[in-house]
Design a protein around this ligand. Structure first.
Ligand code: ADP
Ligand code: MG
Length: 298
């Protein structure tokens, strides 16, 4: 097990930032860590990397107890903090040499990392001369200098333009080939493009921890139907396989079913049997974006 978090709770004074969060990750997984602002993502990452202590719970990285041996754990962890703190007056190479000296990494390794993150052409520049995307590459290069087996990346793609986004995602994917990667993001498509697994937290509570393939396989479908006049809730409830429903406006209903067959014909028959006319009928494409909104709103 590369990462093992059990029942981690963290309070900032009387504010609860994490409440008994548990998850674990096998080697070589890329995990998307999602949640709205203030959910507790950065707090969890600072605890995982040994920079702050939880109030209770246990954290292991590569079988090392992070709370007891933070320095030892940091040897196996590469960490890109939120807002990527860099010394922007330094040259790229100079900065990486400085970071490498902390870990006693040899010069060849610096060059290898520069190449790995695609910085070769920019390595002679000062960091502040680089675009945000290239600055993120510097942060990533610094995080992998000591060849850690676990990478913790706190919103590595925030603030990037669409091209940079794609490039950094590709890079994360590439790094994930031989490392366990936990990265936080707000973008569900990003998770779809890069991750094997998704963890969603909200207000310090873990809400979802699933493989991407499991999320995609769910048998739920949401149908949006508008009838010609107002009907009562109990009426809708007579439909089979209903998971939930809501009536947003007018006579339009959002009905979620758990079924492996298309429920549209069932609704059609239901309307006909009950003397209703259907004015419109659509299936909502239940992508991960919708799931994320469902889980984290309310
Ligand atoms: P996220 O990274 O998901 O946006 P954070 O872990 O930064 O969430 O924050 C979780 C909660 O803890 C938020 O409500 C935030 O305001 C609070 N918080 C974070 N850091 C501190 C701190 N140093 N002192 C007090 N409250 C904090
Ligand atoms: Mg954060």
């Amino acid at each position: 097990m590369s990462i093992k978090v059990s029942l981690v709770s963290k309070n900032y004074k009387d504010q609860k930032a994490l409440n008994e969060v548990s998850f674990s990750a096998d080697k070589g997984q890329i995990i998307g860590f999602l949640g709205p602002n203030g959910a507790g993502k950065s707090t969890m990452m600072k605890i995982l990397t040994g920079f702050i202590k939880p109030n209770s719970g246990d954290v292991f990285v590569d079988e090392i107890n992070v709370l007891l041996n933070p320095l030892k754990a940091q040897i196996t962890i590469g960490y890109l903090p939120e807002h990527n703190p860099l010394y922007t007056d330094m040259y790229v190479k100079e900065y990486l040499q400085f970071r490498a000296s902390i870990y006693k990494v040899d010069k060849q390794q610096i060059q290898t990392c520069i190449e790995k993150v695609g910085l070769t052409a920019e390595a002679h520049k000062k960091i502040h001369q680089l675009s945000k995307g290239y600055q993120q590459r510097v942060g990533l290069a610094a995080a992998i200098l000591h060849n850690p087996s676990v990478l913790i990346l706190d919103e590595p793609t925030t603030g990037l333009d669409p091209n940079q986004l794609v490039e950094i995602r590709e890079l994360i994917k590439d790094l994930g080939k031989d490392k366990t990667v936990l990265f936080s993001t707000h973008i569900m498509q990003e998770v779809e493009a890069v991750c094997d697994r998704v963890i969603i937290i909200k207000k310090g509570e873990l809400l979802v921890d699933k493989k991407l393939s499991e999320l995609k396989e769910n048998n739920q479908q949401t149908i949006i139907v508008t009838f010609d006049y107002k009907i009562e809730e109990q009426f809708i409830n007579r439909l089979p396989n209903i998971v939930s429903y809501k009536n947003n406006y007018d006579n339009t209903w959002y009905i979620t079913f758990e079924s492996d067959k298309d429920m549209r014909p069932v609704i059609f028959d239901f309307a006909q049997e009950n003397g209703l006319k259907i004015l419109s009928l659509n299936t909502e494409n239940k992508n991960l974006e919708t799931l994320f909104r469902e889980v984290t709103s309310a």
